[in-house]
Structures are given as C-alpha cells and as structure tokens.
Ligand binder design. Structure first.
Ligand SMILES: Cc1ncc(COP(=O)(O)O)c(C=O)c1O
Length: 335
C-alpha cells in the first residue's frame, strides 16, 4: 500500500533531525583514540529514533497499523519508549509504554510529554517485569478484541537494518582510520548486530567488545560458562543494577549471540561513572552505558599502541537526572 502524500510528509517530519550524528574524538593512552558517536542528539535523545520511524512506516504500508485506531505498545527502559512515543505523537497513533517503576523520573516525564500513556511495572524487576506486564496486557486486549499492536522492537530484524546507517556514517567519516574496536553494551543485541557487525563489512579485522554490568552478566555466562565463579569465587547474580539499557536479565533476546563478541567486559558503577567523567572532560554529558563503553576503551588502550575505538553515546546524562523521592532505586550506589 502506498502512503498518501500527507502521511508521507508526516513520516518526513518524524525523520527530521534523525541521523548524521557527530563523532567526538577522545585521546587515550599509548597514542590510541576513541570516537564517540553522539546518538543522544537525535530528537528524542537516543539511537532509537532511527528505529521506530522505519518500523512504523513499514507496518503502516503493510496495513497492519492504522493511525488513530491502532494502539501501539512496547516495553522499554525509557529510550525506545521515548522514540516510539514521539513518532506516535507526530503520526497520530495512540501509544502505551511499559516501563519499570524505578527508572529515573526524567524518562517517564519525557514519554508522557509526548502524549503517550505510561504503565509503570514492578520495581526491581527491570525489563523482565515490563515484558511480563506487557504480555498480560496483550492477552487482555486480544480477549476484548481491541486494536493493539506490540512493536516488540528487540525482535525485529528491520530494527537492525534501521541502525545500520550508523555503521556507514562512521566508516565514511573515519575513512582512512577505520576502527580496530567497536565497544557496545549488551542490551537486546540490536546495536551490536546493526552497527558492530555492519562496521565489520568496512573493517573486516574489527573486534567487537560487549559490555555488561557485573551484577547481571547474562551473555558473559553464556560465552564463558563458569568463569565468573572461578575468577571471583562467587556465583553471578542476575539482579538489580543501574546500567539502564544493558544487562536485561531473565529475558531472552533473539539477536544476542555470544559469538558476535570477541570478548565481553564486566563493569561496575564505579567504572561507568569514571567513563562518564572522561566524556565530560571533552564536553559530552553522556548517559551511563556510554560511560561504560568509554571506560572499556580506556582499559584496552593500556595494553596496545595506536588503536582506534568507536562507541555510541546512546543517550544523555539528563535522562538520568531527575528523581522523585519514590523512584530512586536506580540512583543508588551499586557495586
Ligand atoms: C542507554 C542505552 N544504552 C545501550 C542500549 C543497548 O542497545 P542494544 O541493546 O539495542 O544494542 C540501550 C538500549 O535500550 C540503551 O537504552
């Protein structure tokens, strides 16, 4: 189905300001450097703005979603929800976002600001709790024969395609100095597949380093069974942590493949705060996962000369700032 001119223009409006994010260089030890791709500059503040416009346009063309009729829903730790809510507001879809109660208030405020309704899911259950509540809602909606469509963005191969231009932009800009490493946190695997794997078609020897919180080393355990316990003399936990967007314990994602990673580094809160500090020094007020990737690049740079790294600045520090008294769990000092 082709879209009317008006619908086409609305999709153009959603696309305005999406993509072509700048790369910020940071000098590291031993003549190494890391380039940070500022995806937080997209309109709703993350790489997900690239994803939802592509998903929604494809679904509308297929006639599977109808503006003003179909309610669009998804589970998120905030960034995907904000991008979905923004797209829905411009395109006229009702939108409902399932989000853990204990994420920073700034995230809820942003999503509601785009006119979406919010379902707060049990605290300390992170993505697992949000997905469970969303599934319950979908069962109920089906029984009541309501027009509800779940985007399920973390399971769509089109989402990987939508992220792949980031790899092209990086390769074009770095041109003669293609990276040796892509460092990316492991959330649902989309950015590793779409960007890390994409970059390997330009730089075949590129190594991909995954980053997970030490409190939820799910992919690490799959890649290195038993290593966590051997090295730390304790069993891994799969529990509450503050690295929002990463380490979604208790949920299986089809695009997480331990073989995609040359290595996986576990990080503590101290590590990502240190990385955020490095980025602050070059004028980038980054979110936590960006800080974690930055810290990992600094660590590897200690071991070899003249390496080039690249990572995303997935989101901005302001997405973590505001806390209501009740919603403070993710602001705690965690190991
Ligand atoms: C802040 C942040 N960092 C990193 C990621 C990880 O991206 P992915 O799991 O899609 O590769 C996400 C995803 O939600 C995120 O919100």
């Amino acid at each position: 189905m082709t879209l009317s001119r008006h619908r086409h223009e609305l999709y153009q409006q959603v696309r305005n300001g999406v993509g072509a994010s700048p790369l910020v260089p940071v000098s590291l030890a031993n003549g190494c450097r890391v380039h940070c791709k500022e995806e937080w500059r997209n309109p709703s503040g993350s790489h997900y703005d690239r994803v939802f416009v592509v998903l929604l346009e494809a679904l509308e063309k297929q006639g599977r979603i109808v503006p003003a009729v179909t309610e669009l829903v998804d589970a998120t730790t905030g960034n995907a929800g904000a991008a979905l809510a923004r797209a829905c507001q411009i395109l006229g879809f009702p939108c409902k976002v399932f989000l853990p109660e204990d994420v920073p208030f700034a995230r809820k405020q942003q999503i509601m600001g785009y006119g979406a309704s919010l379902v707060e899911t049990p605290e300390r259950q992170y993505v697992k709790g949000a997905v469970r509540e969303l599934q319950r809602y979908l069962v109920k909606a089906r029984k009541e024969r309501r027009r509800v469509f779940c985007l399920d963005h973390s399971r769509q191969s089109l989402a990987i395609e939508a992220l792949s231009p980031i790899a092209v932009e990086i390769a074009k800009e770095l041109d003669s100095q293609l990276p040796d490493f892509f460092v990316g946190v492991i959330g649902n695997g989309l950015t590793i597949k779409g960007i890390g794997r994409g970059l390997q078609s330009f730089a075949p020897s590129l190594r991909i380093i995954g980053v997970e919180p030490v409190r939820a080393p799910s992919t690490y355990e799959q890649k290195y069974p038993g290593r966590f316990q051997r090295e730390r003399d304790e069993f891994p936990t799969f529990a509450h942590h503050g690295l929002l967007g990463a380490g979604a314990w208790g949920v299986r994602f089809p695009f997480i493949d331990p073989d995609d990673y040359d290595d996986i580094t576990l990080v503590t809160q101290d590590n990502w705060l240190t990385g955020q500090g490095f980025l602050k020094d070059v004028g980038v007020a980054s979110g936590r996962t960006s800080g974690a990737c930055q810290w990992v690049a600094h660590q590897i740079a200690q071991t070899e000369d003249d390496l080039t790294f690249v990572h995303l600045c997935y989101d901005h520090a302001s997405k973590y700032g505001t806390t209501s008294a009740k919603n403070s769990a993710h602001e705690e000092i965690l190991v």
